[in-house]
Design a binder for this molecule. Structure first.
Ligand code: ZN
Ligand code: MN
Length: 485
């Protein structure tokens, strides 16, 4: 019988914090600015320049720790991690070694965080991937390789960077996907980062090994560096796991190496062999004092937002939406806020959720817009639903009005008025139309009176036609029954 292999995966995620200025100097943090336009002696690494701590970055990392259930250290300190690389001219990175700001914690993997095609087949529902630690450091400059040269942009150098290290708790590419998705949601919820992987605001290194089922010792750990999409992480891990299983099952021993992922080719390739563990010769950063987090923790605790899992539960309880709907709504903080702004005053929050999840989201995806770019505010959508609910227009007309609202940004009331959509609820007028229909279709009347109740639908249709769709259908039904009775 073929041996089954168990993959073991641990992820190191670097996240750029959303501070206005850099970690140890006053230069602005701005994505997409002219290269080397946001620099100074500190972030260029000039000898003798002194770092000054950015307290906002410390607070944001502590907040991340609270959101992820970590233990936030009362005292943490910074160290120099020494190595040479052209994107780091001072030859050391200020990081944290033995006294990081956060310890432990975990990321809960909820069902919708998994890739869509894997949501029906979740091996460990409710799994929590434990964290080893979170530390704070400075980002390095960004190298861009041209044909015959390399350009270095120091705008990124000194950007506050959180490194979130997981325990090797992840056992499949799908779990890695769910971990990154869930983590990203929480970071965005807390406003600590936009965590946009395409912009390099969240980057991931994967450590992966395989071992035969039943073996206690882990297989050779291989690192895949610098992943910049969540789906890429899934594919790279799937490739790498298969590659390792094939080698191991043939008796080939794997070397400890670092590999890169080629998204176009869909494969990993060797970057470098790790001959020995790096010795970074860490030592305490002499230019920075240790940090006492107790000074700001009370403040930070007040900033802790309601997290996706808590929001999901509350939406189900307060608004009676399904677990699934609540999960989709809570997956995006802006979407959740939108729903809640309208739900607070809505008589039918469940109907509202349906409109948001079906009509609104599909319209937004068609026009490639985000919820914050949407022309229809939550309150305006609420108004439309109230108009439908009052019977002034029917649902079909409501959809037309909604499309118009999205296109023009006009209010529902204005569009209903403009298009003359308002349903005729004037009893006299409807009664006259009903009488017309009865007079014009004696056969249907006869059938109805003979007991064929469905004939009334035919007459109802005639009245709707006569009113050009404006008559209130419920009212038409009532009047017909009365006139025929
Ligand atoms: Zn600077
Ligand atoms: Mn790092």
């Amino acid at each position: 019988m073929a041996t089954r292999y168990i993959p073991t995966i641990g992820l190191e995620v670097h996240v750029q914090l959303k501070t206005r200025s850099k970690m140890f100097c006053g230069c602005p943090v701005e994505y997409g600015a002219e290269p080397n336009s946001h620099t100074c002696p500190v972030c260029l690494g000039y000898p003798g320049a002194l770092p000054v701590m950015n307290e906002t970055a410390l607070r944001m990392t502590a907040l991340t720790g609270l959101m992820l259930n970590c233990k936030v250290a009362e005292i943490c300190k910074f160290d120099r991690k020494n190595y040479f690389y052209p994107d780091m001219p001072k030859n050391y990175q200020i990081s944290q070694y033995d006294q990081p700001i956060c310890d432990g914690g975990g990321v809960p993997l909820h069902d919708l965080a998994y890739p869509k095609d894997a949501q029906k087949n979740i091996l460990e529902p409710g799994k929590v991937v434990r964290l080893t630690r979170i530390h704070l450091e400075e980002d390095v400059a960004k190298s861009t390789h041209f044909e015959n040269s390399t350009g270095i942009d120091f705008n990124r150098a000194g950007t506050p960077l959180m490194e979130i290290v997981s325990e090797p708790d992840i056992n499949s590419p799908e779990e890695a996907f769910a971990y990154l998705t869930a983590l990203q949601q929480i970071l965005i919820y807390g406003g600590v980062s936009d965590a946009d992987m395409e912009k390099g605001q969240m980057r991931c290194d994967c450590n992966v090994s395989v071992r035969p089922e039943g073996a206690t010792e882990l297989g050779m750990k291989i690192e895949i560096k610098n992943m910049n999409t969540i789906s890429g992480v899934r594919r790279a891990l799937a490739f790498e796991i298969e590659r390792q299983i094939e080698a191991v099952s043939k008796g080939i021993s794997l070397a400890q190496e670092t590999r890169r992922w080629d998204d176009t080719l869909g494969q990993t390739s060797l970057m470098r062999i790790k001959e020995s563990a790096h010795d970074y010769r860490y030592f305490p950063e002499p230019d920075l004092l240790p940090v006492d987090t107790r000074v700001f923790m009370e403040d930070v605790r007040k900033q802790r937002p309601e997290l996706p899992a808590e929001k999901r539960e509350r939406f189900v309880k307060n608004y009676g939406v399904t677990d699934y709907d609540a999960a989709v709504l809570a997956s995006d903080r802006a979407l959740a806020d939108y729903f809640e702004a309208a739900a607070r005053t809505s008589a039918k929050p469940k109907t509202l959720a349906n409109w948001i999840l079906n009509d609104l989201l599909s319209a937004l995806s068609e026009s490639a817009q985000t919820i914050s770019e949407c022309k229809v505010s939550a309150l305006e959508l609420g108004e439309l639903l109230a108009i439908i609910d009052a019977g002034s227009i029917n649902t079909r007309q409501g959809k037309e009005v909604f499309a118009e609202m999205l296109a023009t940004g006009k209010s529902a009331a204005a569009i209903v008025e403009e298009k003359g959509l308002k349903q005729e609820s004037d009893l006299g007028a409807i009664e006259a139309l009903c009488q017309n229909a009865i007079d014009a279709h004696p056969k249907a009347v006869e059938e109805y009176r003979a007991g064929k109740m469905a004939s009334i639908n035919f007459l109802k249709g005639q009245v709707m036609k006569l009113s050009q769709g404006k008559a209130n259908p419920a009212l038409v039904g009532d009047i017909l029954v009365r006139l025929l009775g």
